[in-house]
Each structure stands twice: as C-alpha cells, then as structure tokens.
Design a binder for this molecule. Structure first.
Ligand code: SF4
Length: 458
C-alpha cells in the first residue's frame, strides 16, 4: 500500500516475485491480492511420459544440483568471494573479509533449521532459519537467498548472518525486493560516507557500511515510508537525481533497476546482458560467464544449440554474444513456461527432456527450435514495448564504475568500453535490431508482424 518502488508480489510468506516493483504496480491499482482455488485436476496430455520425466527429475536433480540442495543459493558466496565476484560496499569491491561467516556452510552451521521447497520440488533450494538473539527471526519467513545475503550483507559491508536473516524476514513480511532494497541502502551508505548525505538527511542515522543497525532501521523505514526511508523507497535512480549529479557515480542501476548481485567486471557477457535486458539489470534472463570457461556440465548442456567451445569470462567476441542471445532466449522461454531455472537449467535436465516435457504436458507437438523462438518472441515483444514507452538504445547502459578495476582484491580486470559497445552492437546485429530497433522483417519472422505498428515513428 505504501507504493515502495521495489515492492514485491509475495506468494505465501517466503516466496517473492521480487524484481521491477510489480507489488507497487498492484498497489497503484489498489489490487491487494489474487487468491486462486481450484478443485479440478490438471489435465496432462501424455501422463505416462510426464510421469517418466517427473521421476527422472525427482531421482536425479538432488544429485545433479547437490550444492543447491545441500547449501541453498548461499553456496555461491564461497565461489564468488575468492574470484572478486561478491558485490561489496556498493560494488566498489568484489570480496569481503568474513565472507565465510555468510556462506552456505555458515548458514548450515548456525541458523539453519531445515530445507524448504516450492510445491513438490526435489532440489529444495529454500532454507528455513531461526534466530533468537540479538534479533528474533521468525522461521515462517524463510532464510536469505544468495541475492539477499549479498544485497543486505556484503554490498552493505555486513557479514553478520543473523542481521541479514532479520533484514530478509522484514523484507518478506513487508513485501520488498531484497536486491533493490539492499542495493538502495548500499548506495545511500556510499553517499553518506562521501559527504553527500548527513545525519540531518537521515534523521540521525549513521548510515555507514558495516552498520547492521542502520541497515535494519532503513529496511523498516523504507517499508513504512517513514523518515529517510520515504526517500530511499524511490530506489537508486530517483534518489540519485534528487541528491544531484555527484551521486550518479554511486548509482548502480540500469534502466532504473538496481543491479543484482553479480559483478559485470567478472562476468562480462552478463554485463552486456544487463545492458540489453528489457527489465534493466537482470540476472534471470542472462548468462553467467564463469561456468563456460572450461568443459563441464553447463557447457555440455548448450552443445545442442551449437555452443561447443569454452570461452573466457571477459570474452565479448561474437561467440560469447551468440551464447548470450541463445541462452537468454532459453531463459525467457523458461519464464514463459513458468519453469524454475534452478531445476530445468542448473540441474541439467537438458533441452531434449524439457522439450519432451512440454509435449507431454500440453500435447503440443513442438521442438527445441520452436521453444527457443518463444523466448526470442518474448524478447522482441518486450523490446517493442520499451521502445513504445520511450526507451531507446541510449538506455542500454552500464554504470561507469564497471569500466575501472576494483581498487583492491583478486579481480584485476574491468569492462573495456570499446569491447562492451562492440558486444552490444553485435547483439543488435544478431537480433536484427539496427540502432536497437527490431525491423518489421525481424518481427514478421517471429510471427508478430503486428507489433511493428507499436514502434514509435522515426
Ligand atoms: S522450484 Fe526452484 S526455487 Fe523452488 S525450491 Fe525448487 S529449486 Fe528452489
């Protein structure tokens, strides 16, 4: 009801459709909730094949995705920190002292109660946690995911797992996107430390990196739109404008969406993916370059779409951009089919089995080619929507910070401005988007020629 710009749509108490402020959209329409109840059974076109694939998924994915099963998404803290890929202090750095206090093992050893899962999911990546002091954390609200651990934790200079769990509980209880919430607080902390904000602005709060009290106070104030929280509830882009030009340097957002907790200096194809994504900085329709640097299950998974060779994480050649195009379209398809990426992609179900599954459930005699076209069509429709609403290729940007190396730590490379621009241009060329605009022919090839009428006239 408070129209926080990054309000989530919540499902139960611990699952959030968190990004892009869909909760605020519902709030602006005075739509409080959607309740669904059904009594009929879901009909399956081919129950025998469906059961066979469901059995394979149940038997295999807890093994193929054992890390996620055992440690939840928090497992990636231990992988990203030594590589300089754990966003720290508003993305100034990529690793933090004490990362081992907020990783998957630390959670298991301290606040973990049990695994939780979406309905019938064998991977069970979700956690239930309990904290009694110094904060009380109600297990019903679930445990922090990796994104939350980094956003409310390392990105705010914090390695206090109970405090992060408390922030997570508050965000879930109030319905806030933990990524944007943490990223906005981290941005304000950097502004405070550089004198752009003072205790006069923050109502007396010392908004410094590492302060768990400041982080928790701000989460609460943002949700209730109280005090300085009323300002931060507008998100990084709007607050930076309000503070003035000096704040732009610290504003980590693309198209108004705060960056998720993946470092584009480490994963450079993901950086291009952030820039061209229809929803701004987004890791859910993107590649994670570091898993394609050697032959392994993630690379083997994309063999059927013709990606055969390993690529360096900072490679932005046409081969990498081709991977970005194909793989992001696959992820758009998964979103359209309401399938979990952690199960279907990170558990190596495989394109062939996924195609069989769609056929078995829907009765549609389809192919991998058609499913990838679903994703490609979705990307193009979203692009046309954005163009109609006033976005242009000029909005496919990247914050300046990422074109300079981190001042210290293990990651020595930065995005190269020329390679980055060429990467974007290559993507436009592969998409059939001169100047970032889909051609009528491109839309026609996808069977959505009608969408050309939505494009702004030149
Ligand atoms: S469906 Fe996905 S998000 Fe839900 S528990 Fe399974 S792996 Fe986790």
């Amino acid at each position: 009801e408070n129209l926080v710009r990054f309000a989530s749509v919540m499902n139960d108490l611990d699952a959030a459709a968190g990004r892009t402020g869909m909760g605020a959209v519902m709030g602006s329409k005075k739509l409080k909730a959607i309740a669904v109840r059904g009594k009929q059974r879901v009909s399956i076109a081919d129950p025998a094949v469906f059961k066979e694939i469901a059995r394979w998924i149940a038997d295999n994915t807890p093994i193929t995705n054992k890390g996620m099963h055992d440690f939840g998404t928090a497992r990636v803290v231990a992988a990203l920190d030594p590589a300089g890929g754990l966003p720290t202090r508003n993305f100034q750095l990529g690793s933090i002292e004490g990362a081992n206090k907020i990783d998957g093992q630390a959670m298991l050893d301290t606040i973990f109660v049990k695994r939780r899962a979406c309905f019938a999911c064998p991977v069970q990546c979700k956690r239930e946690v309990k904290v009694d002091k110094p904060y009380v954390v109600d297990p019903q609200y679930g445990g922090p995911e990796y994104e939350t651990i980094a956003a409310l934790g390392s990105d705010c200079g914090i390695t206090d797992l109970p405090a992060i769990a408390k922030g997570n509980e508050l965000c879930n209880a109030y319905g806030l996107d933990t990524i944007s919430c943490g990223a906005t607080i981290a941005f304000a902390m950097e502004c405070f430390e550089n004198g752009l904000l003072s205790t006069k602005d923050t109502g007396g709060i010392e908004l410094r990196f590492g302060s768990t009290e400041a982080m928790l106070q701000m989460v609460e104030q943002i949700a209730l739109r109280q005090g300085f929280g009323n300002t931060l509830a507008e998100g990084v882009a709007r607050v930076a404008k309000k503070i003035g030009p000096a704040a732009e340097e610290y504003a980590m957002h693309i198209k108004g969406q705060e960056l998720p907790m993946h470092e584009p200096r480490l994963k450079q194809g993901l950086g291009v993916g952030y820039a061209i994504s229809p929803t701004g900085a987004d890791h859910c329709q993107n590649i994670h370059d570091t898993v394609y640097t050697s032959i392994g299950p993630m690379l083997e998974m994309v063999y059927p779409i013709g990606i055969l060779e390993p690529m360096a994480a900072n490679d932005l050649s046409p081969a990498k951009i081709r991977l970005l195009k194909y793989y992001s379209e696959f992820m758009h398809f998964l979103n359209c089919a309401v399938c979990c990426y952690f199960v279907m992609a990170l558990s190596f179900v495989g394109f062939e089995r996924i195609t069989q599954l769609v056929k078995a459930v829907t009765g549609w005699d389809t192919s991998l080619f058609e499913l990838l076209k679903v994703g490609e069509r979705a990307v193009n429709m979203a692009r046309v929507f954005n163009l109609r609403e006033g976005f242009t290729a000029k909005d496919d940007t990247m914050p300046e910070r990422f074109f300079a190396p981190q001042p210290s730590g293990p990651l020595k490379v930065a995005l190269d401005p020329r390679a980055f621009e060429e990467g974007k241009e290559t993507y436009y060329e592969m998409m059939g988007w001169p100047n970032g605009v889909p051609t009528p022919g491109r839309l026609g090839e996808l069977g959505i020629e009608w969408a050309a009428s939505q494009l702004p006239s030149k």
